[in-house]
Ligand binder design. Structure first.
Ligand code: C2O
Ligand code: CU
Length: 486
């Protein structure tokens, strides 16, 4: 796989207009005919150890991506020589990587071959309310039944899909996948790699841990599988070449586990988040993702690493306990030498402008993520009530709101809002360097997060919840009813 180098990059980048909102910018001028630009190559087979499978497009129209997703039991080999029965989309964990271009229509025919009802939620995608895949907007799809999801993707970025009923169990057993929306007008930043991070609990005999599907204790703490997965593999090898950049788009699809790692001997910049590119690259030492979040990285290796180095998962200490947990091996990272005459790759200083939502006229809303007990059993709450007890929170289409989300518990919780992106103003008083679109943000223990959100259109019954899916099951989930404006 080849990509055009810096000379071309400057020219293409200059054509980037404001992409903060619809409609998408006009197409760029065609690239110059073969101008003798020097290219640099990734090592042969660099992504073969991790590449995700993408299904064939069933629709010949260039702007429609159509596919079947069958939720079914299948067997996958994670531990050498042992097959594990997982819950999968099309027999794969993670499910297929759905690739679309900005403006495309995505059509997904879900068939349920499980023994339990299911649904598909399109995390982060601004779908029409009826396509949001929650029990609020559709009847769960029963075994042997199906449902067709149909929506347009207008925001370049990495998104993901997962069930929104029995979600802790179904995601934990393997039902999740990534949806990549690319924008052909973006400058070529590096060779693309999508990484779906997760974990799974496999026992010695190869079976999934039955304790993973129920039990109060596991729910309260949030279940973490013993095995870390990168694109469904245990300890795969990622390969790169000194000086040749890669663009990593990463989603944390684990039901409870926070993901944190450091990449040795490389320049690493954060170039994107939940909704594609951010304004400017930010240099990173550690990459950290709460469940549900995405990050885009620009990775340029600086030195040869052979044999490969072990990159480890590190504890984010979401429980705020005195002793951090041991690091765990996550993937191997191998870097080969530069080629003779290879050009120097660089990253543009500006990626895309993002307009700040105005504070003026924003209506305040305060919600409190907490814990309590019902009949002697611990529950997790929003404003003191569990999901069943809470009435829908009411909002109006077209309004801008200023949310303060408090975390009254001594543990972190990843907050997620359906349907709309928000702009975080500050986390515990620490302001963000520039406006950025998010749909998931970590709420640190005993702290609060403030953000602005505009319900630009698409009224309906949306949800917000903790993305530790066990916590959502224990009550930390509520509805946001956005009424049409009159
Ligand atoms: Cu990732 Cu309510 O979902
Ligand atoms: Cu939580």
């Amino acid at each position: 796989m080849r990509w055009q180098f810096a000379a071309l990059l400057g020219a293409v980048f200059a054509t980037l207009g404001c992409q903060g909102a619809n409609p998408p910018p006009p197409p760029p001028p065609p690239p110059p005919a073969d101008s003798g630009v020097v290219t640099a190559r990734q090592p042969d087979g660099w992504d073969q150890g991790v590449a995700l499978h993408s299904p064939d497009d069933l629709d010949a129209k260039p702007d429609v991506v159509e596919l079947n997703l069958t939720a079914r039991l299948s067997h996958q080999v994670f531990l050498p020589g042992i097959a594990t029965q997982v819950w999968s989309y099309n027999g794969q964990v993670p499910g297929p990587l759905i690739r679309a271009r900005v403006g495309d229509e995505v059509v997904v025919h879900l068939s349920n071959a499980l023994m339990q009802d299911t649904l598909i939620h399109w995390h982060g995608v601004r779908v029409p309310n009826a396509m949001d895949g929650t029990p609020m907007v559709q009847d769960p799809v029963q075994p042997d039944a199906g449902f067709t999801y149909r929506f347009r993707v207008n925001d370049p970025g990495l998104y993901w899909y997962h069930p929104h009923t029995h979600s802790s169990g179904q995601v934990g057993f393997g039902l999740y996948g990534a949806l990549l929306v690319t924008d052909p007008t973006e400058p070529p930043l590096g060779d693309d790699l999508v990484l779906v991070l997760s974990d799974i609990g496999i026992q010695k005999d190869g079976g999934l841990d039955p304790a993973d599907s129920d039990g109060w204790f596991g729910s309260y703490f949030g279940r973490e599988g013993a095995q870390l997965l990168v694109n469904g593999r245990i300890m795969p090898t990622l390969v790169a070449r000194v000086g040749v950049p890669q663009r990593w788009r990463i989603v944390n699809a684990a039901r409870s586990r926070y993901m944190k790692f450091r990449l040795p001997s490389a320049d690493v910049f954060r170039i994107g988040g939940d909704r594609g590119l951010i304004e400017r690259p930010l240099s990173l030492t550690a990459v950290e993702l709460a469940p549900g979040q995405r990050v885009e990285l620009w990775v340029k290796p600086k030195a040869v690493i052979t044999p490969a180095a072990t990159v480890k998962w590190e504890d984010s200490n979401r429980f705020h306990i005195a002793v951090e947990r041991e690091s765990e091996p996550m993937f191997l990272w191998k870097v080969v030498a530069a080629e003779p005459g290879q050009p120097e790759a660089s990253l543009p200083a500006e990626l895309r402008p993002i307009e700040a939502l105005p504070d003026a006229g924003a209506k305040p809303r305060i919600v409190d993520f907490g814990e309590g007990s019902k009949a002697g059993v611990g529950v997790l709450t929003i404003d003191g009530k569990t999901t069943e007890e809470n009435q829908p929170y009411l909002a109006t289409e077209g309004d801008t709101e200023h949310w303060t989300v408090k975390n009254s518990t001594p543990y972190d919780h990843p907050f997620h809002l359906h349907g709309y992106f928000f702009q975080v103003k500050d986390v515990d008083g620490v302001a963000r360097p520039f406006p950025e679109w998010s749909d998931t943000v970590n709420l640190p223990a005993k702290k609060s997060v403030r953000f602005l959100v505009r319900y630009e259109d698409r009224p309906g019954m949306w949800m917000f919840h903790c993305h530790i899916l066990d916590h959502a099951d224990l009550g930390m989930m509520a509805m946001l009813h956005v009424h049409p404006k009159h």
